[in-house]
Design a binder for this molecule. Structure first.
Ligand SMILES: [Zn+2]
Ligand SMILES: [Zn+2]
Length: 409
């Protein structure tokens, strides 16, 4: 019988435990553990040769690692104490020498059905942890990854991030969306930035992230916004869609309404949020690539005198117009110089303030609003300034609405 001869050859390499012996045939005959396979093969050999049964000595491959499965399970439980999770997965860092030992036998004997030590260890410790904790071993969507570092005899723990979806409003000017390194020291900390390493004390990300980090006992919180507004623009109306990534949270079970309350209380009217639901890593990619329309409210200053009729007719000409825009001078240093076409979906006069005109503009994603008004020295065509034949500029710009990826037109 070929399999017994193979088992005999394997045993000639040195003392081999039932787990390691059975694992060489791990992908044959399901419904057995490797230990059962190994023990069955060993017993069969003794029976064939009319020899008295003798248990194996210390295993030359694993050093009897599998007799310590329970001990490693306890280490996992200890290392994850204080972390809230239901689904976990075990990983194993196998010392190179240990992996090499079994690989030598695989290739010497051309064994086609062997399972690596790593996967048996992951599975057996996973089963033991699940039994002791009533949590679930789930390799597809684990919340916690526990890695058995066999050489150094300890368990490394990685806590997978949490994601939630919401919208934010920015109600104060001068707050960037994410934190900027101090220009003087590039984030190292210097006198100019009061040793904070930051150009601005707060960002939308930090105003939302601070209470989030605390409530989830997390390491950090990262804001993934659907685009961003200028630092001096407000974001009002229904707010800008975002997904927040909570990094390494020790608490996972939280009512989002409670998180929303905490953020809104602590941001003190500078930023406010609506948190809608839990989200995923996949949605981060979607939200960052969404090209929805945007609606702005702008305050426009126009030089010299002009009649209401002239202004009305210029606005009519812009409504629905395709605007050809060469990369604006103000961003030319960081973007490729090219001409693009974007549509003004809607534009209307909504009022006046200090002899300036208030306009509401809805533009296709990527339309440069400041240049639509100023003309950018002829680089944007048509423009309000060009149509009026006098210079015009945006004095303040607020984002009123950003279309989310899950909304229709
Ligand atoms: Zn072994
Ligand atoms: Zn600095």
């Amino acid at each position: 019988m070929v399999i017994l001869e193979e088992a005999e050859k394997i045993l000639s390499y040195g003392e081999t435990c039932d787990h390691c012996l059975g694992r060489f045939f791990g992908k044959r005959s399901f419904g057995l553990t490797n230990e059962e396979r190994g023990r069955a093969l060993r017993i069969s050999l003794f029976l064939r040769d009319h020899l008295p049964y003798r248990p194996p000595g210390q295993c030359w491959i694993c050093g009897d690692l599998f007799s310590r499965v329970d001990e490693w399970a306890d280490r996992v439980i200890e290392a994850t104490r204080g972390i809230e999770f239901e689904r976990f997965v075990i990983g194993t860092r196998v010392p190179p020498l240990m992996a090499e030992s079994e690989e030598i036998v695989w290739s010497d004997l051309s064994l086609a059905h062997a399972e690596p030590l790593k996967s048996e260890m992951n599975r057996e410790v996973g089963k033991a942890v699940a039994k002791k904790t009533r949590k679930t071993a789930d390799p597809k969507q684990p919340e916690v990854v526990a890695i058995l570092n066999l050489a150094e005899e300890f368990v490394e723990v990685q806590v997978n991030p949490l994601f939630f979806y919401g919208r934010y409003r920015k109600l104060e000017r001068g707050i960037p969306q994410t934190h900027w390194h101090c220009r003087a020291c590039q984030g190292k900390g210097c006198e100019a930035c009061n040793f904070t390493g930051k150009q601005y004390q707060d960002s939308v990300e930090e105003l939302i992230g601070r209470p989030v980090t605390r409530l989830f006992l997390a390491e950090n919180a990262i804001l993934h916004g659907s685009g961003r507004e200028d630092i001096d623009a407000l974001m009002v109306g229904t707010g800008r869609p975002f997904v927040m990534e909570v990094v390494s949270p020790r608490v996972r079970v939280r009512d989002l309404a409670e998180v929303e309350d905490a953020v809104n209380r602590e941001a003190e009217g500078r930023v406010s949020v609506t948190l809608e639901r839990w989200s995923t890593r996949e949605e981060v990619e979607i939200i960052k690539s969404t090209k929805g329309y945007k609606k702005y409210r702008i305050l426009v200053e126009i030089d010299g005198s002009y009649s209401q009729e002239e202004l009305q007719s210029a606005i009519r000409a812009l409504k629905g117009a395709k605007i050809s825009q060469r990369t604006p001078i103000r961003v030319a240093h960081r973007r490729a110089d090219r001409v693009r076409e974007r549509q003004v979906l809607d534009i209307s006069i909504t009022g006046e303030e200090n002899s300036m005109v208030i306009l509401e503009v809805t533009g296709e994603a990527g339309l440069y609003i400041k240049e639509l008004i100023s003309g950018d020295q002829g680089r944007t065509e048509p423009s309000l300034s060009g149509l009026l034949g006098r210079s015009a500029r945006v004095c303040s710009l607020d984002v009123v609405q950003v279309q989310g990826h899950n909304e229709g037109e």
